[in-house]
Design a protein around this ligand. Structure first.
Ligand SMILES: NC(=O)c1ccc[n+]([C@@H]2O[C@H](COP(=O)([O-])OP(=O)(O)OC[C@H]3O[C@@H](n4cnc5c(N)ncnc54)[C@H](OP(=O)(O)O)[C@@H]3O)[C@@H](O)[C@H]2O)c1
Length: 370
């Protein structure tokens, strides 16, 4: 018995050492294409790159201008918008992201930004939906740049004429998230009571308007300075979270959309109807939540779900052309209008990210690219 235990101990020790060496080597071999990117020859464009994690490492660099493939369009970007997703990549947090392919020591992909709006310059030979001169908006990695090349059949669509490039650039991630939370996860019906926690931010300002367009009775939760703004977006009721805890008011909602993650799950359960739904969209700052960041709460909700009548789950928004086009129609009809908080030039991207990281944006933060 003693001999068996000794061998088990030796095997565990060897496995532990091997794992340690593997992680150590992987960490130090983790690198990126930063040098190659900035040394590229030919036509150039300005773009934001980050060779190392951290806002201080954001650089405005000259890199190769992209050339569209047969299925892509080349878009001259006029505006882009900033999302918490961008600071997750910039900071490399939650740290588990780094182990999941984002880059252990350095970011693997050194380009940033997703949401853009601009004018089509050229189209690939298979593209029939767009032509040079079209004004478009959508999502494509590397949007903090003078040019992007999205595939024509992916998340890109025509910009409604009644909104600006800055407004159009603010739609993609926040608008699609709000739409999919209300319609797909929330399955909202006319007359249902919907509470939006974090109603004044990027996702929240879209969610209030979209839930109203579905005929819901909407309650927006925000701080004192944003009460009037959230009311002006169509919210039927507003709750100032600095003065009142909505989970203790006695009101019960059919749907809660949570953009903030500050309430315990028991609080949400108290504020939900017995068959109510809570959609966890996000929450937390760059250094909150340790190794797994905002993922802890959805995991807890998953473990709880077999034992409760209410539905609680996380949303992972999926960017696509169909939903972008629905959002464009909502803008066109005036049912939804993007709310822009601040606008920064591309060269001041670090200031824009630092502002968003504080977690108190009023609507969207936009980057102008000229
Ligand atoms: N799951 C997905 O697919 C997905 C997609 C997009 C975004 N997200 C996540 O969703 C979250 C929200 O994104 P966002 O773009 O809306 O962020 P944001 O623009 O930074 O908005 C944050 C908002 O939260 C509000 N807030 C802060 N503390 C609050 C509290 N205790 N109670 C109520 N409101 C509070 C702030 O309002 P005040 O200034 O009034 O405090 C601010 O308006 C982020 O965590 C993001 O990562 C997830």
């Amino acid at each position: 018995m003693k001999r068996i235990l000794k061998w088990i101990f030796r095997i565990v020790l060897v496995l532990f050492i091997l794992a340690f060496v593997f992680v150590f080597v992987a960490y130090w071999r983790s690198t990126n294409d930063c040098d190659r990117l900035t040394a590229a020859q030919g036509d150039k464009m300005k773009a934001i790159v980050y060779c190392d994690y951290g806002v201080a490492n954001l650089k405005l660099a000259e890199i190769a201008k992209p050339t569209p493939t047969d299925d892509q369009i080349l878009v001259k970007v006029h505006a882009a918008s900033v999302n918490p997703l961008d600071w997750h990549f910039i900071e490399g947090t939650p740290k588990i992201m780094r182990a999941m392919g984002v880059g252990l020591r350095k970011p693997k992909d050194t380009r940033l930004g997703v949401d853009f709006a601009g004018t089509v310059e050229t189209v690939g030979k298979n593209v029939t939906q767009f032509k040079a001169g079209d004004e478009v908006f959508g999502g494509r990695d590397g949007a903090f740049a003078e040019y992007v090349c999205p595939r024509a059949d992916r998340a890109v669509t025509l910009k409604p004429a009644n909104i600006t490039f800055e407004q159009a650039a603010s739609i993609n991630i926040a608008g699609i998230t709000a739409l999919q939370a209300v319609r797909d996860k929330g399955k909202v019906q006319p007359g249902q009571k919907v509470l939006i926690n974090g109603a004044s931010g990027g996702v929240g300002t879209f969610a209030v308007q979209i839930a109203k367009s579905f005929g819901a009775d909407v309650t927006g939760v925000c701080s004192t300075r944003n009460l009037d703004m959230v009311r002006s977006l169509g919210a039927d009721h507003v709750i100032d979270y600095t003065k009142e805890d909505f989970t203790k008011s006695g009101q019960r909602y059919d749907l809660i959309l949570d953009n903030v993650g500050t309430q315990p799950l028991s609080g949400f359960r108290r504020a939900l109807q017995p068959k109510g739904i809570c959609v966890m969209i996000g929450g937390g700052g760059p250094n909150d939540g340790g190794l797994i960041g905002p993922l802890g709460r959805p995991v807890k909700a998953l473990l709880l779900s077999p034992f409760i009548s209410q539905k609680m789950g996380m949303l992972m928004a999926e960017l696509n052309k169909k939903d972008l086009t629905i959002l464009a129609d909502l803008m066109q009809s005036g049912k939804v209008t993007p709310v822009i908080d601040r606008t920064y030039p591309l060269s001041q991207i670090a200031e824009a990210i630092r502002y968003l990281e504080q977690g108190h944006a009023r609507g969207k933060v936009v980057i102008t690219v000229e």
